[in-house]
Design a protein around this ligand. Structure first.
Ligand code: BGC
Length: 769
């Protein structure tokens, strides 16, 4: 009896202790998880040899999709020997299971591998390219697309996404502008957060979420002359106030890993930049996750001129890099560096801890095969609901640049001729960085449109002209299976045939612009025109006298000065993913009213680059009345204005902005001020409008931009409907990094602007006391 009592008492104590040890506050719970993780990882680290720790820092590619030279061939042997921490660009649950099995069954410590991939804008269901998604200004939608990407990628065995890419760029010559959210820190920061939340969900251990990796830290989008991988050189003032913001936003949103960039930053490439990786990232921002290099970016330090492989590897790990992608500098040299006292074992242990922590958080120690369920892949990949979301996202990413005399939407009747090199290529629809897309089974614009229009519209198509005249250029611009069939005949002969096809039609839709690989990595351009042969085709199509709609494909801002003047309707569809064709039909024929707004400025001329709305005034600003004046900051041959400003985009309906009001004209710290206006849909369609709010700090201790985006709201208005939109401004919204890099506001006058884009605004002033 007595012993039973003791047993009961002991059990009760265990239960009570368990209940007490399980904190209710999520922060305490997180701390407890961190403590449990630390105990586990400390114990594991204690068992590891120096070589095994170094092995964890090695990340290799399975070679399915690569952007450089694959160095390693004996991957299985390395896994067995404990010389590999992770692999990327391998897919399918079966293949990943088999490879994971080698790690957990045949290596001494049975540490599971990380499996990564560039899951940038979708996995198999491809969403619009990031620059296009940013044009939706819809962070909820973007979060949903990232969550679907994570669901599909994890169903295929992958649990680490090299995404989001948040590099601000104001130089459309740079091809990778397509992979980011454009020029603005505020919009970019909100999107960075949405992407991290979408990919990582509420818990990394969830089977449908994955570890995100914000990249490329840092300033990659400011490469000189827009040439990829080129040097950047930037003031601290600009870094802190503009370019750093989205990386920091991703970190604040809890991103688990970060990738260093290729570029040199003020003399020290990011991968070996201690100030960047340790002082800013770890100490100032408190980042506790994993820092990985970009593809061979450690080895590339040799060409940057920082020394031999041993030297640059030691420098990188001492700077704060944890994992070495592809180049194996860490694997092959760190042991020697420890022996020579160049790198401490403690530094290696800490880097290894970061890799192990990522694995722990993903739940891989609990179940290394948790992402290897083939049933999930069958059920979840390309699920109809994902395709539906892709179609919605595509329509929301389109930006209507011009619509003279309401040419659009078109009526669903008659004959429509789809002419141009982008009309019949499925492989180019997903856009750049969609390495897991099924290119062969992606519908072309023609096929997608036909699926929607059925027999209501007779749709005909023709190539019209080659992508570019020069076959060698076309070959460079259609790599990775993104082929556009080339017609070897003379341009005039191809065009004559296209004109004959167009002659049968009531309306011509010209599908022109860039191929998907004319933007993206290593796809910089020195000229931003639609290729000249395509322009000649466009002119000929206009000369038929029939209505012409330009459906523009591009991964960057183009210079469309001629097109804007002569073509009645221009719909910029960027690269919109798997459902492009259907989405274009939805918008062209009015089932969806376009609402996208540009997240980046479109210049009039490439010579205006870099061009962005949040510029400084200069001491000799251009005058409103006169675009050129001697001894002012202007050009002789073009004015300073962009063709389409940041935030610009039309709708089929019209919106009228009135009654801009501030609820007071003085603001104190700790209080708020409200700016409101009425917006009315005065056109003949229901539709969304993205109302934008900008602020200028009129007088500062340092020069401040002419305006900066500080808020926006996407509102839906039925025909004739009127709504009041209100933005709240607090003192915190007015802070910036001053000359001492202190983040603070300064009392004085502020101007607040509200409008449909960054140019056409109304404004009022208030004072911060
Ligand atoms: C790119 C990264 C990418 C990596 C792995 C590099 O060339 O710069 O964005 O994540 O390759 O594919």
């Amino acid at each position: 009896m007595k012993s039973k009592f003791y047993l009961f008492f002991a059990l009760l104590l265990v239960v009570l202790a368990g209940a007490m040890a399980q904190p209710k506050d999520p922060k305490d719970l997180e701390k407890q998880h961190d403590r449990t993780m630390k105990v586990f990882i400390d114990a594991l680290l204690a068992k590891m040899t120096l070589a095994e720790k170094i092995g964890q820092l090695n990340l290799l590619t399975a070679g399915e999709a690569t952007t450089g030279t694959v160095v390693s061939t004996d991957i299985d042997a390395k896994i067995k020997a404990g010389q590999l921490g992770g692999l990327f660009s391998m897919s399918s649950p079966e293949r990943i299971r088999k490879t994971q099995q080698i790690a957990v069954e045949q290596s001494r410590l049975k540490i599971p591998l990380l499996f990564g991939m560039d899951v940038i804008h979708g996995y198999k269901t491809i969403f619009p390219i990031p620059l296009a998604l940013a044009s939706s200004w819809d962070t909820q939608l973007i979060k949903q697309t990232a969550a679907i990407a994570a669901k599909e990628a994890t169903a295929d065995g992958i649990h680490w996404a090299f995404s989001p890419m948040v590099d601000i760029s104001r130089d459309p010559r740079w091809g990778r502008i397509s992979e980011g959210s454009g020029e603005d820190p505020y919009l970019g920061g909100l999107i960075a957060k949405a992407m991290v939340q979408g990919l990582q969900g509420n818990s990394l251990a969830d089977k449908e979420t994955m570890l995100a990796c914000v990249k490329h830290f840092a300033l990659y989008g400011a490469a000189e002359a827009g040439r990829d991988y080129n040097t950047t050189d930037m003031s601290l003032h600009r870094m802190y106030n503009e370019y750093f913001y989205p990386y920091k936003a991703a970190i604040d949103a809890g991103v688990g890993s970060i990738m260093t960039s290729f570029n040199d930053i003020n003399g020290i490439p990011a991968t070996a930049n201690k100030w960047l990786l340790t002082d800013v990232l770890r100490k100032e921002w408190g980042f506790t996750g994993l820092v990985v290099s970009d593809y061979t970016s450690v080895n590339e330090l040799i060409d940057h001129g920082l020394g031999d492989l041993e030297e640059v590897s030691a420098r990188s790990i001492n700077a704060g890099l944890d994992m070495d992608m592809v180049g194996e500098g860490f694997l092959t040299t760190l042991k020697a560096s420890v022996a020579k006292g160049r790198v401490s074992e403690a530094t290696i242990t800490e880097a290894c801890r970061k890799v192990l922590e990522a694995k722990y958080k993903l739940g891989l120690f609990e179940d290394p095969y948790r992402y290897c369920d083939s049933k999930r892949a069958e059920k979840e990949i390309l699920h109809p609901s994902h395709l539906e979301k892709a179609r919605e996202a595509a329509t929301k990413s389109f930006v209507l640049l011009k619509n003279k005399d309401q040419l659009l939407p078109l009526a669903k009747k008659g004959t429509v001729a789809l002419i141009g090199p982008l009309a019949a290529t499925g492989a180019n629809m997903p856009g750049t960085w969609s390495i897991s897309a099924d290119l062969e089974n992606t519908a072309s614009l023609f096929e997608g449109m036909q699926a929607v229009l059925g027999d209501k519209v007779q749709l005909v198509h023709h190539l019209g002209t080659n992508l570019v005249s020069d076959p060698a250029y076309q070959a460079r611009a259609t790599l990775f299976g993104r082929e556009i069939k080339r017609d070897p005949r003379a341009e005039e002969a191809i065009r004559a045939e296209a004109l004959a096809v167009a002659a049968q039609a009531d309306v011509i839709v010209a599908a022109l612009g860039e191929s998907s690989e004319m933007s993206g990595e290593s796809s910089s351009r020195s000229d931003l025109n639609i290729p000249e042969n395509q322009q000649r085709l466009l002119k000929a199509l206009l000369e038929t006298g029939k209505p012409v709609v330009l459906v523009l494909f591009t991964g960057r801002p183009l210079t469309l000065t001629w097109e804007d003047k002569h073509v009645p309707a221009i719909l910029n569809v960027w690269f919109a993913g798997t459902e492009t064709g259907k989405a274009v039909a939805d918008v062209l024929f009015g089932d969806v009213v376009p609402a996208g707004k540009l997240p980046v400025t479109f210049p009039k001329h490439v010579g205006q680059v870099p061009i962005y709305y949040a510029h400084k005034n200069t001491g000799r600003p251009q005058q409103k009345e006169k675009w050129f004046e001697k001894f002012r900051s202007n050009y002789l041959d073009v004015d300073n204005e962009p063709l389409y400003p940041f935030g610009y985009g039309l709708s089929y309906t019209q919106f009228n902005y009135t009654d801009l009001k501030l609820d007071k004209d003085q603001l104190q710290a700790g209080q708020q001020i409200q700016v409101s206006l009425n917006i009315q849909n005065t056109g003949s369609y229901d539709g969304y409008e993205i109302v934008q709010m900008y602020i200028q700090d009129v007088v500062g201790s340092v020069t401040r931009p002419v305006k900066e985006l500080k808020g926006f709201e996407k509102v839906y208005l039925k025909k004739g409907e009127r709504k009041t939109v209100t933005f709240t401004i607090t003192e915190e919204d007015l802070r910036f990094f001053n000359a001492d890099l202190k983040f603070q506001s300064e009392p004085g006058t502020f101007q607040v602007f509200v409008g449909p884009n960054s140019r056409d605004t109304q404004s009022l002033r208030f004072v911060l006391n």
